[in-house]
Write a protein that binds this ligand. Sequence first.
Ligand SMILES: Cc1ncc(COP(=O)(O)O)c(C=O)c1O
Length: 295
Amino acid sequence: MQEPLVYIDGEFYAKSIAKVSVFDHGFLYGDGVFEGIRVYGGVVFKLREHVERLYRSAKAIRLDIPMTLDEMIDAVVKTVRVNGFRDAYIRLVVTRGVGDLGLDPRKCSRPSVVIIVEQLEPILGAKARETGVSLIISSTRRDPVYATSHEVKSLNYLNSILAKLEAIAAGADDAVMLDSRGFVSEATAANLFIVRGGVLATPPITAGILPGITRAVVMQLSQKLGIRVEERDITPTELLTSDEVFLTGTGAEIVPVAAISGVRIGERVPGPVTKRIIEEFDKAKYDPANGVKAL
Ligand SMILES: Cc1ncc(COP(=O)(O)O)c(C=O)c1O
């Protein structure tokens, strides 16, 4: 089988030789931004929304992407096309570019743009949507909004990695992170919803979350299904005593949570509300109106 082709600054390279400089500040300092996007049936799901978020993240860190938003959309579509994957995961990365060993971003003359397309199972496992996952509540708090806020999808994921390591050490699949105040924020790479009395709730942006694209889609689909959604602070106790809990993300998709810190959530997995949302999401992700056709 031919190797996947990786886009780097306008050229395609076979995966085994696709490289960036060790002087790139993305490598040296995690100075950059990224997106994870999925392709369903040849359509790049919510591509414009992802690219718009990429440009907002870049703006927040004063990184001038050397392409227009539409040129970026075209580059993503072209990379999917040359690889020919109808169902795939795209990693779109923009780094500060090559500089010197100091962290002054002004030394980096041009940001690097990398687009990787690969086939990828849901990151918490293909079976997770049926069996649910186990979580812990991590002792590492979500980066606060007054510091390296996760409103910016930056290349700095150490905050999440520390929580993930704690989950692995505890034998759990993933971790819920609390915000700096002690309210529920999100999982390491996914947003979180609870269901109580048939009403959905999800933490607000002020809880240090990434404003997830899947989260937004789930909120829209819920409204369509006549399920009320609240964006509000959630306490750890509410979380543990909810009827249902599920995670949402491009990598994870929609994943029911079976247990948190040893406490079983709900009667069965997936719970009835989560199940309806998964079914509706499965329809939405193959709807060409929800993305940009590549193949
Ligand atoms: C920290 C974090 N939160 C939430 C999400 C979910 O966001 P999205 O639905 O846009 O993929 C991600 C992305 O995978 C993430 O890395």
